[in-house]
Design a protein around this ligand. Structure first.
Ligand code: ZN
Length: 327
């Protein structure tokens, strides 16, 4: 196990790096109950499969069964983000790591969270003494901001408002290059290959005695996707800002509005509060999750949220949803 600070590689300017400019994105709910599981709902965990990579948010106890059912793959490139150190959000890490080892995972696994994530893993692995076949890099988060920056997306965190330190996360893709107009490039007599690539990446080129601007053959940059995950929290204006314009927001909705006092007492949100925040933040699609075990039916929660926000759905264990590009 290595210890390192959340690392930020600064070599890529926002919006400039094309990399592979298209990646499928799918969100898969692995656990949607709060505090105690029910027959239908496991403890908190949400996966975002993006291209060949998996981003996992929280690992409540027993989540690995749904992870396996969803066929997400134990040996793929993966980052795990822990929102906070309540057992229904982190205890499942131990079983997941052990299963990965038993299946011979070799790739390094990156785990992100507050300082006690490191301590939790170290102590449990010392006591349970299980053998790992791969390295774990634990990235300790000490403040709000960027926790991961890859070629074409970043993950940021924002302090949530819960009974213990808790982070909300946002996955945000950088702009993709605009559409390349091959017809126009041909008309300008530019040969295919390297010059196409330069133009596509925003570079103006010289062809013969002529200057060809990238903007002559490439359309305006295309927006990437933004997906937010609340973890456990009361709603507040910081989170509203943090989740501004999310294409998809997964927000905790532990209670219905008639349990407002309980929500305040336990540092959670009601469905109405989740919807108000999502509406104020300009969120396109809201998924409610982290339901109190008292709700056999989540329709009451969806109905009250839907009276505030026009695009609301309840998360369910193993529900998988494609997230298309905004254009
Ligand atoms: Zn919780």
């Amino acid at each position: 196990m290595h210890l390192s600070r959340a690392s930020v590689h600064d070599q890529h300017k926002f919006g400039m790096e094309a990399g592979s400019s298209v990646a499928n994105m799918q969100i898969v709910f692995l656990g949607t109950s709060s505090a105690v599981p029910t027959a239908e709902r496991g403890l908190s965990s949400v996966a975002i499969a993006r291209g060949s990579e998996l981003l996992l948010f929280d690992a409540g106890e027993g989540m690995q069964r749904n992870f396996i059912k969803a066929g997400l793959g134990m040996n793929r490139k993966m980052k795990i983000f822990i929102s906070h150190m309540h057992s229904d959000h982190c205890v499942g890490l131990l079983g997941l790591l052990q299963t990965m080892a038993l299946q011979g995972r070799e790739r390094t696994l990156d785990i992100y969270g507050e300082p006690r994530v490191q301590e939790f893993l170290r102590e449990n692995m010392r006591i349970i003494n299980f053998f790992l076949t791969f390295n774990i890099d634990v990235h300790t988060i000490e403040k709000d901001g960027v926790v991961v920056r890859e070629n074409d997306y970043e993950v940021r965190c924002c302090s949530a408002n819960h009974s213990i330190p808790s982070y909300a996360y946002c996955v945000e893709e950088f702009d993709r290059p605009g559409v390349f107009d091959v017809g126009e490039a041909k008309k300008l007599g530019i040969p295919e290959g390297e010059l196409y690539s330069k133009l596509q990446h925003g570079e103006d080129i010289r062809h013969g005695d002529r200057l060809v601007k990238s903007s002559q053959v490439v359309g305006p940059p295309r927006k990437g996707r933004k997906v937010g995950i609340s973890g456990d929290t009361r709603p507040n204006t910081e989170l509203e800002r943090f989740f501004q314009n999310c294409d998809v927001l997964v927000f905790e909705s532990t209670y219905s509005r008639d349990k407002q006092e309980k929500a305040i007492e336990n540092w959670h949100s009601t469905a109405t509060e989740a919807a108000v925040l999502a509406k104020n933040a300009g969120v396109k699609k809201l998924f409610l999750t982290h339901f109190s075990a008292r709700y056999n039916e989540t329709s009451v929660l969806v109905d009250e949220a839907a009276s505030v926000h026009e695009n609301v759905e309840a998360a369910e264990d193993l529900k998988a949803v494609e997230i298309p590009y905004p254009d």
